[in-house]
Structure formats: structure tokens, C-alpha cells
Ligand binder design. Structure first.
Ligand code: A2P
Length: 374
């Protein structure tokens, strides 16, 4: 019988595993020494990177800085040496590289934010049924008067609706709220299925093997209700020859959780990544934008710290989904700049995932564990 499996996404850096292990095991003297050595190495390496960031890159940055580009229906498409404004998916559709993210954009705030985005030139709104703001997003899109084919609308199937018999009704609800005939992209929001009724009651079968859900999504493509389908927070769907491969994988990517190995893997396997919480989300945005290296690059290129981070994401080859309900920031976040230096500078001493609801859902395991108990 056909089956399909998620490969859960783990933290990508071995340091983190060691950090978790250290909570549970008492280190030996040898291990302590090794750790001290490692800490010393990290501190020296960190200091060196910071020094280079502060001094060496400035001249280089000034010498080779390229003009700004942006991504949207009012703007030109990619120019040589600039950031990509779109990526082409396996369907041939072109997905804009910068979107307005509307997670945590509450009702009352989200409409004006979407209006500001569409006025500024965004062509891509990343939403979800679970954000509980789709009707307001739909109204703002309608108010813009933009024709549907000039817009990219993404939504996500919530955990309670993974059963094949529930997928289409959930999608129809999203389509009705957004007041649109089709979605450009529909993602499985989390690699976790709940029973339709009850409070986060795990559907073990559909969590362990999401193939029935995926087949139903493929049917939605064939029906014309969705143009592209994808996944979120997993490495890949494995095991079966799929009719439609996932077009994207939406994952947390930011300064504190850059996941370079996942990005490398995704590129090798032709799977586009989308970066959610790209600025570090509400919890970490301040820390991210205050980083000396980010401030320094911003100063040198005469752009804002948020633009440094957003440009970095696009330059790495991912879609980026900054969330803001502040019109001036919404506009600011669309203006990317080619960053003329090694992006490794932005990996410095990092790895801390911001978004992880596993405990809150009380499902008995961590969604981001390599080994699921299912
Ligand atoms: P707000 O929505 O009040 O403007 P992420 O995109 O990583 O999820 O981060 C979202 C957080 O970053 C929100 O708190 C948002 O605030 C803030 N934010 C978004 N853009 C900017 C910006 N250009 N400068 C400062 N903060 C920003």
C-alpha cells in the first residue's frame, strides 16, 4: 500500500543537539575540557568575524554596492547583479520573492497593512486560515482593484482538516473568505494532523503518513482551485512518486535560525524555501535589527537594518515573508539591495528557533525532533 512520510526538520546545527544533551547528562572532565576549548574557539572566531564585519567589509561594500531593486507588480523584473524579484516554480508560475506576511496581524490592523502593501508594490500576500484574518485580507485585496492575475495569494490548510474528506471544505472556506476563485499556493500548515473535533487531538495515522492529504491537495490542483501546493516545517515528503511535488517548503529562517544545511539540501533538490519570521518575529526582531554587524552593513549601504536582513534572505535564494502592520515598515521592507559580501557574516553564533507550538498543543512530542515517536 502506498504511504508517504514527512521527514521532520531538526535543528540544523550540531551545537544545539549538544546544548539539549547537556541538560540531561552530566559532562565528564574530558567533555568539560572539550567544551571549554570549543567555547574559546567560538569566542575567538566570533571576535574575528565581528572585527572583519566592522572594518574589512566596509571598503568592500562601498566598492561594489549595487542599486536597489524591489519585487512587485509596479516594478521592473530582475536586473543583472540585482536580487531576484521572482522565482519560477515547477508549474512555471513565478512567485514574487518578497511577500507581506500576515501572521499575528490582527483584525483591524491587517486590512490597512495589506492596502499599504499593495499600494507600495507588493504582489504577494502570505496568509493562512488559522490567522483568522482572511476575510479582512480579501476585502483589502478587493479594494485595491488589482486584477487577480497580478497577485499571488498563499493560504494554508490547518491541522484539523487533514482528513481527505475535510480538505476541500477547508479550502472552500478560505476561498470564500478571500473572495477568490483560486489560490496561487496552498500549503499544509504543519506536519501534524489533528482530529477534526476536539482540542488538538492528534490524528496519529495522518500525521505519520500524510499521503491521503497530499493526494487530495493534488486533486484540488486538478480542479483548478489551487495552482501550486507545498509543505511547511518539514524537510520533504518522501516515499512515493508524487503527481505534484511540493512547490515550496515554508520554514523559519532568520539570523538566529539560518538553517544553512536545509537551504543547501533544498537547492540540491529543487525545492524553494520560504522564510517565515525572517526578522526574528516579534520576540527577536529588536535583537536582530540591533546586531552590530547588521547596523554596520545598513550604515555602509545607507539602507535600514530590516532591509539588510530581508535582502540577505532573497540573496540566499529564498522567498521572504516579513510581517508588519506599520505602513512605513511595510513599504521599507519591499526595498531590497544586493549585499556585496559573504552572507556567512549573518550566521554568526546563531541557532535559536522562535516558533514552536509543540508544548502548547500538548501532543507529547516536539514537531522539530529528528525522531518522532509515531
Ligand atoms: P509591526 O508589525 O508592529 O510593524 P517577522 O517578519 O520576523 O515575523 O517580524 C515581525 C515583527 O517585526 C513585528 O513585530 C513587526 O512589527 C516588526 N517589523 C517588521 N518590519 C520592521 C521594520 N522594517 N523595522 C522594525 N520592525 C519591523
Amino acid at each position: 500500500m502506498a504511504s508517504l512520510h514527512y521527514k521532520p526538520l531538526a535543528f540544523s546545527e550540531s551545537d544545539v543537539d549538544e546544548e539539549f544533551e547537556s541538560v540531561h547528562t552530566r559532562p565528564t572532565t574530558h567533555e568539560k575540557r572539550q567544551r571549554l576549548k570549543k567555547l574559546a574557539f567560538v569566542l575567538v572566531a566570533g571576535a574575528t568575524v565581528m572585527y572583519l564585519a566592522f572594518t574589512g567589509t566596509r571598503a568592500l561594500v562601498r566598492a561594489v554596492a549595487k542599486p536597489c531593486v524591489s519585487s512587485g507588480h509596479h516594478r521592473n523584473l530582475t536586473t543583472a547583479g540585482a536580487l531576484p524579484t521572482h522565482y519560477t516554480l515547477p508549474s512555471g508560475d513565478k512567485i514574487p520573492s518578497v511577500a507581506l506576511g500576515v501572521w499575528q496581524a490582527s483584525q483591524g490592523d491587517v486590512g490597512p497593512a495589506v492596502r499599504a502593501a499593495l499600494t507600495a508594490g507588493y504582489a504577494h500576500i502570505d496568509g493562512a486560515w488559522a490567522y483568522r484574518n482572511e476575510a479582512e485580507v480579501g476585502q483589502a485585496v478587493k479594494d485595491s482593484g488589482l486584477s487577480r492575475d497580478k497577485l499571488w495569494l498563499t493560504s494554508k490548510l490547518w491541522n484539523n482538516f487533514h482528513a481527505p474528506e475535510d480538505v476541500e471544505a477547508a479550502l472552500d472556506d478560505t476561498l470564500a473568505k478571500l473572495d477568490t476563485e483560486y489560490l496561487d499556493l496552498y500549503l499544509i500548515h504543519w506536519p501534524v494532523a489533528f482530529k477534526k473535533e476536539g482540542n488538538n487531538v492528534l490524528d496519529v495515522g495522518l500525521t505519520a503518513d500524510p499521503y491521503p492529504t497530499w493526494k487530495k491537495l493534488e486533486e484540488m490542483v486538478d480542479k483548478g482551485k489551487v495552482r501550486n501546493i507545498g509543505i511547511s516545517k518539514v524537510k520533504n515528503l518522501t516515499a512515493n512518486p508524487l503527481k505534484y511535488k511540493p512547490a515550496v517548503n515554508q520554514v523559519e529562517l532568520n539570523y538566529f535560525n539560518p538553517q544553512p544545511e536545509l537551504l543547501k539540501w533544498a537547492k540540491e533538490n529543487d525545492l524553494l524555501l520560504e522564510a517565515y519570521s525572517p526578522l526574528g518575529s516579534t520576540k527577536q526582531v529588536k535583537d536582530t535589527l540591533a546586531l552590530p554587524v547588521v547596523q554596520e552593513i545598513a550604515k555602509t549601504l545607507a539602507i535600514t537594518p530590516a532591509q539588510v536582513i530581508i535582502s540577505w534572505h532573497v540573496q540566499r535564494g529564498t522567498v521572504v515573508l516579513p510581517k508588519s502592520v506599520t505602513p512605513s515598515r511595510v513599504e521599507e521592507n519591499l526595498q531590497g539591495t544586493f549585499l556585496p559580501y559573504e552572507t556567512v557574516v549573518l550566521y554568526f553564533l546563531t541557532v535559536w528557533r522562535v516558533v514552536n507550538p509543540s508544548k502548547g498543543w500538548n501532543i507529547g512530542f516536539d514537531v522539530f525532533d529528528e525522531e518522532w515517536p509515531l
